[in-house]
Design a protein around this ligand. Structure first.
Ligand code: SF4
Length: 373
């Protein structure tokens, strides 16, 4: 077992898959299943290509292997296990999808239109709920419910592709930055990346994929060793252990120095420039001293700092009420970083009017009698 622990130091175990669907298979594993069922294994590739072409549905008429195969296979194996429960579109075009699974659980997945015409960025969840306990995050309020299967992650990507197509766009980049800690569900995340980036299936380049983490050091090293060629985003949010432990409890196990060392190892092994995510909270992590400390962490380390103005979610996990810093304070903070030679930008918060902060749509809908769609 991978040595991960939740915010109360309890070990995390992988859950077994909940509902089997065609999205649970890659081409080799479906070939093996078809062979065992007496069909030609070569049908697997055509079947899965049709599934991905249809963004999770299969056009039976277009299938060369024939309806008999499909009828036999899909009698106990539906094309996908999820459905779209709700779809909210914000004024800036950000589309938030609530994707529901057969066991009644749901996760959020987000499509953000690019400023460039015709393309969009997608964001997928990797777990239902989250055990990490970040104090400013809505996703962790109910703790971890379960890991998503690789197929369930793939299905979010397919829902995003369908939503993008209906808006005249295509998904150009994908981040694992929704609900959950991707590196605490390592095998399923890697399995999903394999299918999403397979030229015959999802066909999204691995350079277009980013895995985000709160800093699970063994997971960062394992991701580097896997040589997936994906990007790494590190949710740092504070440069000192005292502040970070309050905001991101896993810091007690993996302190800032260890996390930054792992990010440097990832950079050295993969050649990829990591992104340091820093959610700006008034009076908590936005002081001049903390800007200097952050700049110190970046000494001799080529990485991009993304400053994210906080998206208020009301009282937080510890009961604190965080606020977004004043504009002048944020400008002063980024100014110090840039003076010290750090590459730093503000990331625009998108879709505020559709509860775009992590886990907010799921919470909002859970508190309503019926979900809108
Ligand atoms: S910010 Fe991410 S890792 Fe932290 S509790 Fe929320 S979903 Fe989990």
């Amino acid at each position: 077992m991978f040595p991960f622990f939740d915010s109360r130091d309890r070990p995390l175990y992988n859950n077994s898959p909940v509902t089997a669907a065609l999205t649970d298979y890659d081409i080799p594993s479906l070939e093996a299943r078809l062979g065992g069922d007496g069909f030609l294994p070569s049908h697997a590739s055509r079947l899965l290509k049709a599934l991905y072409r249809g963004n999770g549905t299969i056009d039976v008429e277009s299938l060369t292997p024939g309806k008999r195969l499909l009828a036999r296979l899909t009698s106990d194996l539906p094309p996908r296990s999820s459905q779209l429960i709700a779809r909210h579109v914000s004024a800036d075009g950000t589309t938030k999808l609530l994707v529901g699974f057969a066991d009644g659980n749901a996760v959020e997945t987000v499509l953000m239109p690019s400023h460039r015409e015709g393309v969009a960025a997608g964001c997928v969840s990797s777990q239902v709920g989250c055990a990490m306990g970040c104090d400013f995050c809505a996703s962790t309020r109910g703790g971890l419910v379960r890991n998503l299967t690789a197929g369930e992650i793939v299905e979010q990507f397919l829902h995003l592709r369908a939503a993008a197509a209906s808006a005249g766009r295509r998904v150009k980049t994908l981040v694992f930055m929704g609900m959950g800690e991707p590196l605490a569900n390592f095998d399923n995340v890697v399995g999903a990346i394999g299918r999403i980036s397979d030229r015959r299936l999802g066909a999204l380049g691995r350079r277009q994929i980013t895995v985000s983490t709160v800093g699970l050091v063994p997971g960062i090293d394992k991701l580097a060793e896997a040589d997936l060629n994906v990007h790494l985003a590190l949710s740092l949010h504070a440069p000192d252990d005292a502040t970070r432990e309050r905001l991101v409890p896993p810091n007690r196990r993996y302190p800032v120095a260890d996390i930054m060392a792992a990010a440097r190892r990832f950079r050295a092994r993969s050649g990829r420039v990591p992104t340091i995510e820093y959610c700006m909270l008034a009076g908590v992590n936005d002081s001049d001293e903390q800007a200097e400390m952050l700049a110190g962490l970046m000494d001799g380390f080529r990485a991009h700092v993304n400053l994210i103005p906080y998206n208020a979610i009301g009282p937080d996990v510890s009961g604190a009420c965080y606020r977004r810093p004043e504009e002048t304070r944020m400008q002063r903070f980024v100014g110090i970083l840039r003076e010290r030679g750090v590459v730093a930008h503000f990331r625009a918060t998108r879709g505020d009017d559709v509860s775009a902060a992590c886990g907010q749509l799921r919470e909002t809908l859970a508190s309503q009698p019926t979900a809108s769609s």
